[in-house]
Design a protein around this ligand. Structure first.
Ligand code: NAP
Length: 329
C-alpha cells in the first residue's frame, strides 16, 4: 500500500517519507479500512515535530482520524461487513500505524458508520475534534437551557463544541479573534461572539447574561483565560479544558476557585473512558444523520503532499480541519 511515515522527529519536509509498505490484514476483532481521507490534527503535527514525548515507535504512519470503506473483517467481527462506509478514530494512539495510508486495520469499535450524506473528507474531521468537543460539552450532564462559553469557537474543536452545545439545547457564547472567525462561529450556531483581542470578554459576558455568568465553559487556553473564568463561571459549575497553549503551567488561585465550588475537568480525547468514547460516537453519528453538524474543511492535500498538510496545520491560519485525500489524482 501507499503510505506516508516518519522514523525520527523533526521538520515535516525533512522527516516525512512516502512509499510502499505491506498492506496489513485484519486480525481477530479487527476491520481493515480502505482509507479515502485522513484528518490532520495539532497533536499529530506536534508528535512529528518532537514537542511531545520522545518517539517510542521505530516508524510512525501519522494521524488518528480518517474515513473510508471496510474491505476486510477479521475473525469474530459481527458488527461490520465489507463495503461499510466508516469514520475511524484513535488510529495512531498507542499503535504505530495511523491513517496517512491507503489501508488501516483497527479494532471494530473504532470504525463508526459514516452517514450516507457525508463525504469521506468530512468523516475524517470527526474523531479528535468532534469527540473532544462532545466530552467537554456533555461530560457533566445535559446542557438543555444552560448558557455555555466556548472559547476559540472558530477552532476545529470549538466549531463542533458550538454545534453540539446548540444540539443539546444550550445558549452559546464564544470568543474569536476576527470578523471572519466570528462569522464562522455564527454559522455553527453561536448566539453571541466576543472578540477576545479587542473586547473586555468578562464584561461582555456579564452584560449578555444580565450579570448571571455561564453554566459551563469549554476551554481551549485554560491558563491565559483563567481571569475570565473566575469572573464569569457560576458557582458549582464546570470548566472543561482541552488545552492551555499560552500557559502550560498555570498558577491556580486555589481558594477563590474552591470558594466558588468550581469543577475543573481536564479532557484528553485519546484516553477518555470507553463509555465516554461510545457515548460520543453514538451522539456524533446521530447528530450527523440528523444533519445537525456541519464540517469545516479548511484545506485538502493529496497523500503525496503530506508534509505540506502538516505545515498547513503548523501555520495556524486554517479555519477548520486540514484533510489529506488518499487516492486523489
Ligand atoms: N485534550 C485533547 O484531547 C485535545 C483534543 C483536540 C485538540 N487539542 C489541543 O487543543 C488545541 C486546539 O486544537 P484545534 O484542533 O481546535 O486547533 P485550531 O483549529 O487551531 O483552533 C484553535 C483555536 O483557538 C483559538 N485561540 C487560541 N488562543 C485562544 C485564546 N486565548 N482564547 C480564545 N481562543 C483562542 C484560535 O484562534 P486565534 O488564534 O485566532 O485566537 C483557534 O481558532 C491544540 O493545542 C490541540 O493540540 C487537545
Amino acid at each position: 500500500m501507499k503510505a506516508g511515515w516518519y522514523e525520527k522527529v523533526g521538520a515535516a519536509r525533512e522527516v516525512i517519507h512516502l512509499g510502499e509498505m505491506d498492506t496489513p490484514s485484519a486480525g481477530p476483532g479487527e476491520v481493515r479500512v480502505r482509507l479515502h481521507a485522513s484528518g490532520v490534527n495539532p497533536s499529530d503535527v506536534k508528535k512529528r515535530a518532537g514537542s511531545g514525548r520522545p518517539l517510542q515507535e521505530a516508524r510512525v504512519i501519522p494521524h488518528s482520524d480518517g474515513a473510508g470503506i471496510v474491505d476486510q473483517v477479521g475473525a469474530g467481527v459481527t458488527t461490520h461487513q465489507a463495503g461499510d462506509r466508516v469514520w475511524v478514530y484513535n488510529g495512531q494512539w498507542e499503535r504505530p500505524f495511523g491513517t496517512a495510508a491507503e489501508y488501516i486495520t483497527l479494532p471494530m469499535s473504532q470504525a463508526m458508520p459514516l452517514p450516507a450524506q457525508m463525504s469521506f473528507a468530512e468523516g475524517a474531521c470527526l474523531g479528535i475534534p468532534a469527540m473532544t468537543a462532545h466530552r467537554c460539552v456533555f461530560a457533566d450532564g445535559p446542557v438543555t437551557g444552560q448558557t455555555i462559553l466556548v472559547t476559540g469557537g472558530a477552532g476545529a474543536v470549538g466549531h463542533y463544541a458550538i454545534q453540539l452545545a446548540k444540539w443539546g439545547g444550550a445558549t452559546v457564547l464564544t470568543t474569536i479573534s476576527s470578523e471572519a472567525k466570528a462569522e464562522h462561529a455564527r454559522q455553527a450556531g453561536a448566539d453571541h461572539t466576543i472578540n477576545y483581542r479587542s473586547e473586555d470578554v468578562a464584561a461582555r459576558i456579564l452584560e449578555i447574561t444580565a450579570g448571571a455568568g455561564v453554566d459551563r465553559i469549554v476551554e481551549v487556553d485554560f491558563g491565559r483565560n483563567l481571569p475570565v473564568t473566575q469572573a464569569v463561571l457560576k458557582e458549582n459549575s464546570t470548566i472543561a479544558c482541552y488545552a492551555s497553549m499560552s500557559d502550560p503551567t498555570p498558577t491556580l488561585p486555589f481558594y477563590p476557585l474552591m470558594f466558588r465550588n468550581f469543577n475543573l475537568r481536564l479532557v484528553l480525547v485519546y484516553s477518555m473512558s470507553v463509555e465516554a468514547k461510545q457515548q460520543a460516537c453514538q451522539d456524533i453519528v446521530q447528530a450527523c444523520e440528523a444533519g445537525q453538524l456541519s464540517h469545516a474543511i479548511a484545506a485538502r492535500f493529496p497523500l503525496e503532499q503530506l508534509a505540506e498538510a502538516h505545515e498547513a496545520v503548523e501555520g495556524g491560519q486554517a479555519i477548520g480541519n486540514v484533510v489529506v485525500e488518499i487516492g486523489r489524482a
